[in-house]
Design a protein. Structure first.
Length: 336
């Protein structure tokens, strides 16, 4: 009986240890601080912790001498070219989209001439600095993170002609003064098919807020980016997952136009739907959908992709560079 009792206690301990290991899940947030989960560092343990039992070595898969058979190789992918239209056709399409935005997007504005010039000038500067030349007429999403602006503008970028502003809406970028909130970085970010975006599930947090919008809202994943920690005055940086997404349409959308996010770019629900339906920055996703069922599943079945779709998001700052608000106890607070 004593041996059976020891065996029972060992089985319970083994089950509890396994539950603790398996139950650990990474944080799922728009912008996550350094060290929030093992996926941030890319480090995976070489071995599982010892539980008092022997673990057999991994199965080996030795190479064989059988030569590859060309007749069994998958056929080469036939990837369609990106659409290219003339400058005149691009301007006509841009004008059509601007009219549709005006009628379908809440809070849409074509801006003053001064504001349009600022968007165009700053966007060109960022694209030039990033060494990403424009080779075809395409749309670029430009976001001004200036605390006094907080708007986006869709810009028609032409390879050898002046760029044009279509207009846009209020946004919310990263705010300062709140722990684990980052300042949205400036730069040029590409919506590449190397990353697969997703759609919001519409679940609510403990406060009843749908953080990335209503169910089905599109989330564009711009990858890991370096951003300044907005709660420290020491210009320290960390890694965030930069995303573009909607916000709670009932409780938070009215706050767009002011910095509020953890580092991501929040947009109105109607802009989210418009971008998704017309594929404004989905040029590379549309290509990938021709051969990858994952992208086919993500993109709307009834979409109407525009021939001037692009793949670039440009974040600019038209005012004094955003700085973290001074935290009087920042020097005493342990770094995350």
């Amino acid at each position: 009986m004593r041996d059976v009792s020891r065996l029972t206690r060992f089985a319970v301990l083994l089950c509890a240890s396994t539950t603790m290991i398996v139950g650990l899940a990474p944080l799922a947030a728009c912008a996550r601080p350094d060290g929030a989960g093992p996926e941030l560092s890319g480090h995976q343990p070489d071995t599982m912790p010892s539980l008092g039992v022997s673990v057999p070595p991994p199965a080996s898969n030795p190479p064989t001498d059988t030569p590859p058979r060309p007749d069994l190789a998958p056929p080469p992918l036939d990837i369609p070219d990106l659409p290219v239209v003339s400058d005149e056709a691009a301007r006509e399409e841009a004008s059509r989209l601007s009219v549709l935005m005006k009628h379908n997007i809440k809070g849409f504005s074509t801006y003053t001439p001064e504001r349009r010039r600022a968007f165009l000038t700053l966007a060109k500067e960022q694209v030039t600095q990033a060494n990403m030349p424009i080779s075809r007429p395409q749309l670029i999403m430009v976001v001004d993170r200036n605390e006094q602006i907080q708007h986006l503008d869709y810009v028609l970028a032409l390879p050898d002609a002046p760029w044009e502003s279509l207009g846009g809406t209020p946004v919310s970028t990263g705010t300062t003064g709140r722990k684990y909130y980052y300042i949205t970085p400036v730069g040029v970010f590409q919506n590449t098919a190397d990353r697969l975006g997703y759609r919001a599930e519409g679940t609510k947090n403990k406060n009843g807020i749908r953080g990335i919008g209503a169910k089905g809202s599109r989330v564009w994943d711009m990858g890991w980016q370096t951003a300044m920690k907005g709660w420290l005055p020491r210009h320290e940086t960390g890694q965030i997952r930069l995303e573009i997404h909607a916000t709670d349409p009932q409780f938070l959308e009215w706050r767009l136009g002011h910095p509020a996010s953890e580092g991501c770019i929040r947009i109105p629900t109607t802009m989210n739907k418009f971008m998704d339906h017309y594929g404004l920055i989905d040029a590379l996703y549309e290509q990938a959908a021709s051969y990858d069922p994952r992208f086919q599943a993500l993109l709307p079945k009834d979409r109407q992709p525009t021939p001037i779709a692009g793949d670039l998001v440009v974040v600019v700052d038209s005012g004094p560079l955003t700085e973290p608000k001074i935290d009087p106890i920042a020097d005493k607070r342990p770094l995350p």
